[in-house]
Design a protein around this ligand. Structure first.
Ligand code: KG4
Ligand code: ZN
Length: 354
């Protein structure tokens, strides 16, 4: 079976994997979260530098890990190189693409360009080295991609065949959580911290912050109005202008829980609308925000209501950005002969669509 070396440097994770069909043989993720933490979000110039500094090490680490199981393995034995072309941060994508071209030339392997969103769509189907989870593809799926960079509702029709139903017109769901956390002085990424704090009050809604676009018939999302209203609420109530340090723990719990609820209710309601419009009951929830246990519970409830099923990527190594999912898409593209004719011409596409 052919092995693929996959690289993703689309945002703030330097990720490399070696895959074989749907199976992941080696998966290494170097997260830059600590570098960006104090800025409350990803700083492009810092991301670029960290990718450049770490990429060789992450590749070597992926090879080393596979060698523990298969001592005869070397990069010369891979079949293809797969790399994320976009969407993402231009300066970050460039680092992975440059490295992929270099390896493709050095080892004379064909190059496969992958859309980062396709990677997330395939993430629930990525298997570990023993082939778990065993789930088969039962197309079509209705997929909600919720991450720091994306909020999309997509119909996953068949292999490499998708239809975009809706997307965010401003902030992504994870980005909204990150911005709320930043306002509260909770650091980056905000999603996991907010999840923890909201749990203290059983994820209840105390403030009823607005749910933008919930009343419209479209399947697009918008979170910037929610963010603004949250900001003004904090300004009025706590009067600080930059970082609000909420000293009263209960206030903090109630604020984070209410904000999270506003974001999640929007995600669930729009997904429900899409189920009704398409008749598709099999759901997938993917992307960094799919790590949230409460959101998973809400999606299980939604699937149950429509007698469907819901799939999630394995937590934690496939919810956020990783290269394993890129390698798996690479496999399906290789089956269809979708290679880059002249690898040296491959360029990053920061705004690539599905
Ligand atoms: O997929 P991802 O790693 O990167 C992008 O492609 O953006 O997603 C990162 C996003 C961040 O906004 C982060 O706050 C959010 O995923 N996130 C979570 C959780 N873990 C990460 N959001 C809610 N609950 C979580 N447990
Ligand atoms: Zn992502």
């Amino acid at each position: 079976m052919i092995r693929i070396l996959a690289i993703d440097t689309s945002c703030d994770e330097t990720a490399v994997a070696i895959t074989e069909g749907r199976r992941v043989l080696s998966n290494v993720i170097y997260s830059q979260a600590l570098i960006h933490k104090k800025w409350g979000g990803v700083v492009p110039s810092l991301a670029k530098r960290a990718h450049e500094e770490k990429i060789d090490f992450v590749i070597e680490e992926a090879v080393r890990k596979l060698r523990l199981k298969d001592s005869g393995f070397s990069l010369a034995k891979i079949g293809f190189v797969a790399v994320t072309q976009g969407p993402g941060l231009a300066v970050a994508l460039e680092v992975g693409i440059k490295k992929a071209k270099e390896l493709s030339a050095k080892y004379e392997k064909k190059l496969i360009a992958i859309n980062h969103l396709e990677g997330h769509l395939y993430s629930p189907f990525v298997q570990n080295r023993t082939g778990k989870p065993e789930r088969e593809f039962r197309f079509p799926y209705l997929v909600l991609v919720a991450s720091g960079g994306h909020t999309n509702l997509v119909v996953f029709n068949d292999h490499l065949s998708y239809q975009m139903l809706g997307e965010t017109v401003d902030d992504a769901a994870g980005e909204a959580l990150d911005k709320a956390a930043k306002l509260l002085g909770l650091g980056y990424p905000g999603g996991p911290v907010i999840e923890r704090l909201a749990k203290q009050v059983n994820n209840q809604d105390f403030h009823r912050f607005p749910r933008p676009m919930l009343k419209t018939n479209q399947l697009d999302f918008s979170f910037s109005g929610l963010k603004t209203s949250f900001y003004y609420y904090l300004k009025q109530r706590y009067s600080f202008s930059t970082t609000f340090i909420i000293e009263k723990k209960t206030d903090l719990y109630q604020l984070t829980s209410s904000f999270q609820q506003a974001v999640f209710e929007t995600l669930v309601k729009k997904t429900e609308r899409a189920i009704r419009e398409t008749g598709i009951k099999n759901l997938c929830l993917v992307g960094g925000v799919s790590a949230n246990r409460y959101l998973r519970t809400l999606f299980r409830g939604l699937a149950k209501k429509y007698q469907g099923d819901v799939l999630f990527p394995s937590y934690p190594y496939l919810t956020g950005d990783n290269a394993a999912m890129i390698g798996v898409v690479g496999y399906y593209k290789a089956l269809q002969g979708k290679f880059i004719a002249d690898p040296q011409t491959l360029d990053r596409q920061p705004r690539l669509l599905l």
